[in-house]
Design a protein around this ligand. Structure first.
Ligand SMILES: Cc1ncc(COP(=O)(O)O)c(C=O)c1O
Length: 393
């Protein structure tokens, strides 16, 4: 195992904290430690003001007003609050999700299903289709009824990078009078994100996916045109408009604000530069490895996260390849980090129609704005060399 820091290609799992984010956070751990709800003294008031600035930064990054942003502990909590909070207001009414959603959505929906809310799961286009992973809008329209309370569709898939056609989805959902929740965890910094453009009523975010700290996220709750009502999951001090009680994590919130500000400032240059490196990596692999296959949408279709590759390598098990790569100083993973302790084949790849064996041969490679051209050349060499060693055995 090399002792240098690895070439990090696991940016869908989490990203490196930007040093500028750390710098913004540090004073809020040390000198400025007030409770943002202590309005009677300067330490509290400055903490409250710092949270207000962060809320403005997050709101600006997604094109909404600050009062529509609720801080949470991450996208998982945001998704739970969106789905369960909306469902609780509409007992027994239907929920619709897509088969390729993150476990945060699928497992929350399954939990609600056990409590009595009917759940429909919409399939996606198979690997043989022009855009594998794309939601079938006809099937979505057919799945909804007048009793549909909420539909959840992710903006960008965390395994195959597919960008779903949210504006069209929103039209169908709103025509039925239902709410649209959008999981945007992978999106900020990798593409422009506008709540109005995608028609979301609710949307979930996470700071650690865009070079912010772990354990903090946001939920967008629309208050313009339509006022979205939710029941809280956490009760107590009534923070965050009563939707999320609990003392605010001021350093983390400051970090999330700064991370979102930096991500928005880097658009559209950063995604274009990252996509060029990603395309280079794919080209190097495709040229050197006969039979290698890209999982998910074609790179040229423009419907893929700029930092995402998902590759099926012939003749090797993905976990064996990943272990070999870790030894050689390349950090990557097979799919959702949350499920890497349960080595089941990816539900996203299975939904695309890959066999279990094909899914197990697949590896996800995620870049970031910190990935360098030299790292891409070196990673490709190491992947090709590892494949040759493993397939020669
Ligand atoms: C698409 C998607 N949704 C939700 C989550 C959960 O985010 P968090 O780690 O902030 O709870 C993740 C993280 O892997 C994700 O990729």
């Amino acid at each position: 195992m090399t002792t240098e820091s690895p070439i990090y290609l696991d940016n869908h799992a989490t990203t490196r904290l930007d040093p500028q984010v750390l710098e913004a956070m540090l004073p809020w751990f040390t000198d400025h430690y007030g409770n943002a709800d202590s309005g009677t003294h300067a330490l509290g008031i400055e903490a409250r003001d710092a949270v207000a600035v962060a809320r403005e930064q997050v709101a600006a990054a997604i094109g909404v007003t600050p009062r529509e942003v609720i801080f949470t502990s991450g996208a998982t909590e945001s998704v739970n609050l969106a789905l369960a909070g909306a469902a609780s207001r509409q007992p027994g009414r239907q929920l619709v999700v897509v088969e390729t959603e993150h476990a945060a959505v699928l497992d929350t929906a399954a939990h609600l299903e056990r409590q009595g809310w009917p759940v429909m799961r919409v399939p996606v286009a198979s690997r043989e289709a022009a855009i594998p992973g794309l939601i079938d809008l006809d099937q979505l329209a057919a799945a909804m009824t007048d009793q549909t309370a909420l539909v959840s569709v992710m903006l960008a898939n965390n395994e195959i990078g597919l960008l779903q056609p949210l504006a069209e989805v929103a039209t169908l959902v709103h025509r039925r009078g239902a709410l649209l929740h959008v999981d945007c965890a992978q999106a900020i910094g990798n593409l422009p994100v506008s709540m109005d453009a995608i028609g979301a009523d609710l949307a979930s975010f996470s700071a650690h996916k865009c070079h912010g700290p772990k354990g903090v996220g946001g939920l967008y709750v629309r208050r313009r045109e339509r006022l979205v009502r939710l029941d809280p999951l956490l009760f107590g001090g009534g923070q965050e408009r009563g939707l999320r009680s609990g003392t605010l994590n001021v350093p983390a919130i400051v970090g999330m604000g700064r991370a979102c500000e930096l991500a928005a400032a880097g658009l559209p240059g950063t995604p274009a530069a990252v996509a060029a490196l990603r395309n280079r990596l794919w080209q190097l692999l495709a040229d050197a490895v006969p039979g290698v296959r890209l999982n998910g949408p074609p790179l040229e279709a423009g419907l893929r996260l700029s930092n995402n590759l998902n590759v099926e390598f012939p003749g090797v098990d993905g976990s064996t390849l990943l272990a070999e790569l870790a030894h050689e100083g390349v950090a990557a993973s097979a799919g959702s980090a949350c499920s890497s302790e349960h080595p089941r084949p990816s539900h996203v790849l299975l939904a695309l129609g890959l066999s279990e064996e094909e899914a197990r041969r697949s590896v996800r490679l995620g870049l970031s704005r910190f990935t360098t051209p030299a790292e891409i050349e070196s990673a490709a060499e190491k992947i090709v060399a590892a494949l040759r060693r493993l397939t020669a055995v």
